[in-house]
Design a protein around this ligand. Structure first.
Ligand SMILES: [Zn+2]
Length: 672
């Protein structure tokens, strides 16, 4: 006892900051809760270092101050204080467990899919913790009276935080208030006229010229062809970029890459960028997404506006936003910690499944994905829904069941799937026109094409199954179906393989087909080039949602709905801008039909190419020397567009990539 009595001032100095830091983390969890629940934040979490430093410093300072005050007070008291270490241990373990549990639940169980049952779990957990705390207080009062002063100050901080959190939580809600530039709500909650369901299917890496409805001589897309006959086909739809990470955010937000800055594996969707699902969510739609691609997953911030997100394992988890997310995200990837945390993780997964059903995708083949989609649709009959599916499409590896491959490779020996280009290490890191890929024998190239076509047919088959299912469920007439691709795929058309290394047509010309009974004419072919950025404004005008959207910035794309309804070509179409970023290598392109300019920069080298798409759709004849005037004009227009886009830059966010995640991305061929 005598020894313990000596330890007076030093311990609170340590424990003060520690406990206050824990409170800070707890406040962080409040912030996450608020953001998920009400779309507003106490803090602006712009990036990981910012969050860590901000929290750490603030609460360290508060803790130091609290510790100091108490130490001074103890010194003034001149009487030694008994500190029962067992009590300290219990109380801090208790708080640690409470806070860790909160973090765990918010991060893993809720995982960005916050709903009422999630809130109930959180409230129960919180109530239990509070009740336990009160019991502890009562017992300590009797057993360790000298413990009171510190405990009081600690409790005061905690209760103040709880109160602050509750006040903000119970205050009137505005949807995404943090997105305001001019104090006007960006998305107003109104009752929309539309009760149409919307299904947006984005196939990965499907070039338009390999689909039969786009004139491909082989029958790769019978179901898509008939969908095109029932709706509208855009003959020249242009993706905003040639890889997922850059083109999908443009497609979903109708902004250029120079504005949203999503262009590499550390990109994270800016919180002030509105994406299509958010509009539907604001309208009261059920919103759901299915994705095979890490670059379109909650891990990259895409759960913005999406109630349920089905994605592969670790990418289905939105661990980024919380402090615990960061800690757990990192620690669970360490083998040793993983062994310890695994049982808890599995338990939380089970909890999550109980509450929300499975959200992880064990397999990403079109059959599994489509069946999951059908299942979801079946169980969500009450409200109109917005379903976004990002499927493998033509992405390498080019794997399809033998029945599909045989259609394109009738010989006895099926080509081996390993012959896809990503297995050549040289095919990564290409950047045309500066770095070419390795040439292969023509027979091997033909095998690759056969496998690629088979994979497209495989996806087309499951698209057909989905349409049939909608028909059987009598939901087809209430559903607007959109099928497109995020970019194309190259098979040595310009001495490259795969995608993400140039802005030539094989990578940027994508399919776009829209069909919806009562909304769109049938059998309409739009011949002129349009940008995939036009989809967003076209969709919401088509569905009569004009009043829902009141943005503090203008969408880059154009509304084509009037032209579609009037069965006309869109008039006064502005030039189409495409962008590609690969670290310091950049390409920008402008299409002012029939002219297309591509300006590429690599280290100190610069190349400007000019093509006439009407005469030379495969871009084989560079006319930049022959037509300097056209080149100059397009270059000036391109520069103007980019400068304007850079002026409306969104809050860029970056995410941390773990070694295992990097490995996964490498296995998909995304990084070299
Ligand atoms: Zn892609």
């Amino acid at each position: 006892m005598a020894q313990k009595r000596q330890r007076t001032g030093f311990i609170p100095l340590l424990i003060g900051p520690l406990s206050a830091s824990l409170s800070g983390v707890f406040l962080g969890e409040w912030n996450v809760l608020l953001e998920m629940l009400k779309g507003k934040s106490i803090f602006n979490f712009s990036d990981l270092p910012g969050i860590s430093i901000w929290h750490g410093l603030l609460w360290l300072v508060i803790g130091l101050a609290a510790g100091l005050v108490w130490t001074v007070w103890l010194a003034a008291r001149k009487k030694p204080v008994r500190v029962d270490f067992l009590v300290w241990f219990i109380i801090f373990s208790y708080f640690a467990a409470w806070i860790l549990g909160q973090g765990f639940i918010n991060t893993y169980v809720f995982a960005g899919i916050f709903n009422q049952s999630g809130l109930i779990i959180n409230v129960i957990f919180f109530g239990l913790a509070l009740a336990g705390l009160i019991l502890l207080l009562r017992s300590f009062r009797q057993k360790a009276p000298s413990f009171n002063p510190f405990w009081k100050s600690y409790l005061t901080i905690h209760l103040a935080l709880l109160l602050a959190g509750l006040i903000v939580l119970l205050s009137p809600s505005d949807v995404r208030k943090d997105k305001l530039a001019n104090e006007e709500p960006v998305l107003k909650l109104v009752t929309g006229d539309s009760s149409k369901n919307v299904i947006l299917v984005i196939w990965d890496a499907v070039r338009a010229d390999h689909l039969s409805c786009y004139g491909y001589p082989l029958k790769t897309s019978p179901f898509l062809d008939s969908l095109a006959n029932q709706g509208v086909i855009f003959e020249q739809a242009m993706a905003a970029s040639s890889h997922t990470v850059e083109s999908v955010p443009s497609l979903l937000s109708s902004t250029l890459s120079s504005s949203h800055q999503m262009n590499d594996i550390t990109s994270y969707l800016p919180s002030d960028l509105i994406i299509i699902p958010e509009v539907f969510k604001a309208l009261g739609y059920n919103t759901v997404a299915f994705s095979f691609n890490p670059y379109f997953s909650p891990a990259y911030g895409y759960d913005q506006g999406i109630d349920r997100f089905f994605a592969p394992d670790e990418f289905s988890i939105k661990a980024y936003k919380t402090i615990f997310g960061h800690i757990l995200d990192r620690s669970t990837r360490l083998a040793v910690v993983n062994q310890v945390l695994k049982p808890i993780y599995l338990l939380s997964q089970r909890l999550s499944t109980l509450s929300f059903g499975e959200t992880e995708l064990a397999s990403t083949d079109p059959e599994t994905m489509t069946k999951r989609m059908m299942n979801w649709i079946k169980n969500h009959a009450q409200k109109p829904f917005f379903l976004l599916a990002h499927l493998e499409g033509g992405h390498a590896p080019y794997l399809a069941p033998p029945a599909f491959v045989k259609r394109f490779w009738p010989e006895e020996n099926l080509p081996e799937a390993e012959s896809w280009p990503i297995t050549f290490p040289q095919s990564l890191g290409l950047f045309l026109p500066f770095r070419e890929g390795p040439a292969v024998a023509e027979a091997d190239r033909q095998k690759m094409l056969a496998l690629y076509d088979a994979k497209i047919l495989y996806h087309d088959y499951w698209l057909g199954q989905l349409i049939e299912f909608l028909q059987e469920e009598r939901r087809l007439k209430d559903t607007l179906l959109v099928v497109t691709a995020d970019h194309g795929e190259e098979f040595y058309d310009h001495c490259g393989w795969g995608h993400g290394h140039s802005l030539y047509q094989e990578l940027t010309h994508v399919p776009l087909i829209m069909a919806g009974e009562g909304l769109l004419p049938t059998g309409l072919r739009i011949k002129g080039p349009i940008s995939m950025l036009d989809l967003f404004p076209t969709l919401y005008h088509l569905l009569g949602m004009n009043e829902v959207l009141s943005l503090s910035y203008t969408l880059e794309g154009e509304d084509l709905s009037q032209a579609l309804v009037q069965k006309k070509e869109p008039i006064n179409k502005k030039p189409i801008c495409l962008e590609l970023t690969q670290g310091s290598r950049r390409s920008k392109s402008l299409i002012n039909y029939p002219w297309k300019i591509i300006h590429s920069v690599f280290s100190s080298e610069e190349v400007t190419e000019l093509y006439n798409l009407a005469d030379d759709p495969q871009e084989k004849n560079d006319l930049s020397v022959i037509c300097p005037k056209e080149k100059e004009q397009l270059l000036i227009s391109l520069q103007k567009i980019i400068t304007r886009a850079e002026e409306k830059m969104f809050k860029s966010q970056r995410r941390w990539i773990s070694p295992s995640e990097k490995e996964k991305l490498r296995s998909l061929g995304y990084i070299d």
